[in-house]
Design a protein around this ligand. Structure first.
Ligand code: MG
Length: 385
C-alpha cells in the first residue's frame, strides 16, 4: 500500500488498521502482533500487572539532527482488576537512555498488592515514583494503564475523567524528518492535504534547503524542531528570523540543553516562541526554564505519565508559559492518552502512531488533520483486527 493511501485511511480510521490486502496477509500481520513473551509481575493482589516487549517498526527511517533509526523498543503493560484490563505503554527510543531490560526489571519490582484499587492513583503513583529515581517510561506505562482502568470502571472516557471537552482537541502536526530533497518533496506531497500543520526537523547544514523544498509543495503553517542541533546563538537567531519569513510558527529546542544561557538569549530576541523539549523532563525541571523558553513540550514518556503531565501544564500556565504535547513513536495506546490532554495545551505533536507500521490498537483518530478521541470508556482502545 502506498504511503499516501495509508495516511488517508489512517485519517478515517484512526490508526494503522489498514494493512490487510488479503485475508492471509491479515492473519500473518495479526499473528505478528500477538505477544509471545508475556511476563507476569510476581506480586499477586487485586490488581495484576503483566507486560511484554514489542518492537515498533517505523514506516520510514527516521532521521533528526542527532540520530537515525528504523525501530523503537517498546514495552506494553496490562493491569487487570475485577475483569477489566487497563493498557499502558513504555516507548524507549534509545536517546532517552532506557532499555527494555531495565524497564522490565523495574516492572518486576512493582508491588500493587498493597493497594486496594486503581482509584488510589496518587498513592500508587507516589509509590511507583519512589521505587527508582528514573525509569520514566515504565512509570508512565503504569500511570496510563491505571487511568485506562479507572475510566473503564467508571464508564467514562479519559477526557471526561479529566473534565475536558473533546470538541476542544487540537490539530496535530505531522512530522517530516531530515532526508534528501527528493524524499522530503515526496513525503510533503503525500501528507500536505491531510494535515493543517507540518513539523519539520532542522538543526543541520541543510535546513534552508529542507524548508525551501517543502515550500515548493505547500504553504501550510510549519513548526520546526532543531533537536539541540544549533550551537551558535547568533546563527541560530538568524535562522529563526529567516524561518519566520517562511511561515514557521514556533521553534523547538534550538540549542543543546547545556547551553541554557544562550537559549535564553535566543528566546529574548526571537520573533517566534521557543519551546523546551530536551531541556524539560518533569515538573521539577520547569522552574529553572522560566524566562529561558517561551513554552515547554510535555511528553508522557518523560513526565511519568498523565498525572504529572497535568501538574506540569498547570504549573507552566501559572508561570505564563505556553505548552505543547509531544510523543515518541508509540502505539495508539500512549498517543491516545496524550491526545486526551490536548484541550489543555497550545500545540499538539501527536503523530507517533502514524509513524509505525505495527500498531496494536485502534484509538485516537484524525479528522481533517484534527485529533478525534474515541468516546468509549478509558482510553477507548480496540485491538487491531
Ligand atoms: Mg522535539
Amino acid at each position: 500500500m502506498k504511503r499516501r493511501e495509508f495516511l488517508r485511511k489512517s485519517v478515517l480510521y484512526g490508526s494503522a488498521a489498514v494493512f490487510a490486502p488479503s485475508l492471509l496477509a491479515s492473519c500473518v500481520e495479526k499473528a505478528a502482533r500477538q505477544p509471545l513473551n508475556i511476563r507476569q509481575n510476581p506480586h499477586k493482589g487485586k490488581m495484576n500487572l503483566s507486560f511484554f516487549s514489542y518492537e515498533l517498526q517505523l514506516r520510514h527511517t527516521f532521521t533528526v539532527a542527532t540520530y537515525s533509526r528504523k525501530t523503537t523498543p517498546d514495552v506494553q503493560v496490562r493491569i487487570e482488576y475485577e475483569g477489566y484490563t487497563g493498557h499502558g505503554e513504555a516507548s524507549l527510543p534509545p536517546y532517552l537512555g532506557y532499555t527494555v531490560e531495565g524497564t522490565m526489571a523495574f516492572l518486576e519490582k512493582v508491588d500493587l498488592s498493597q493497594f486496594a484499587s486503581p482509584f488510589l492513583l496518587e498513592d500508587i503513583l507516589a509509590y511507583i515514583d519512589g521505587l527508582e529515581e528514573h525509569q520514566t517510561p515504565a512509570k508512565a506505562a503504569i500511570d496510563i494503564a491505571l487511568h485506562d482502568l479507572v475510566g473503564q470502571l467508571t464508564g467514562q472516557p479519559l477526557y471526561a475523567l479529566l473534565g475536558l471537552n473533546p470538541d476542544k482537541v487540537l490539530d496535530t502536526c505531522y512530522t517530516i524528518g531530515i532526508d534528501t530533497p527528493e524524499v522530503v518533496r515526496e513525503k510533503t506531497l503525500e501528507c500536505a492535504d491531510m494535515f493543517n500543520v507540518l513539523k519539520v526537523k532542522v538543526g543541520y547544514d541543510g535546513d534552508e534547503e529542507m524548508i525551501r523544498t517543502i515550500r515548493e509543495v505547500t504553504d501550510l503553517p510549519l513548526v520546526v524542531d532543531a533537536n539541540q542541533g544549533w550551537t551558535d546563538r547568533r546563527q541560530a537567531l538568524d535562522k529563526i528570523c529567516w524561518l519566520r519569513e517562511q511561515g514557521v510558527q514556533m521553534i523547538e529546542q534550538p540549542m543543546p540543553k547545556t547551553m541554557l544561557d544562550d537559549i535564553a538569549w535566543i528566546t529574548q530576541h526571537s520573533p517566534l516562541p521557543v519551546f523546551a523539549d530536551e531541556s524539560v523532563q518533569r515538573l521539577a525541571d520547569i522552574p529553572k526554564l522560566k524566562g529561558a523558553f517561551t513554552g515547554i513540550n510535555i511528553k508522557l514518556m518523560k513526565s511519568t505519565g498523565i498525572r504529572e503531565a497535568v501538574k506540569m501544564i498547570n504549573y507552566a500556565r501559572a508561570e505564563g508559559m505556553k505548552v505543547m504535547l509531544g510523543c515518541m513513536t508509540e502505539t495508539s495506546c500512549a498517543v491516545t492518552a496524550a491526545a486526551s490532554l490536548s484541550p489543555l495545551v497550545d500545540f499538539a505533536d501527536l503523530d507517533g502512531n502514524l509513524l509505525i507500521s505495527n500498531d496494536l490498537y485502534e484509538g485516537v483518530g484524525l479528522c481533517d488533520g484534527r485529533l478525534c478521541l474515541p468516546d468509549r470508556p478509558g482510553l477507548g482502545l480496540k485491538d487491531m483486527e
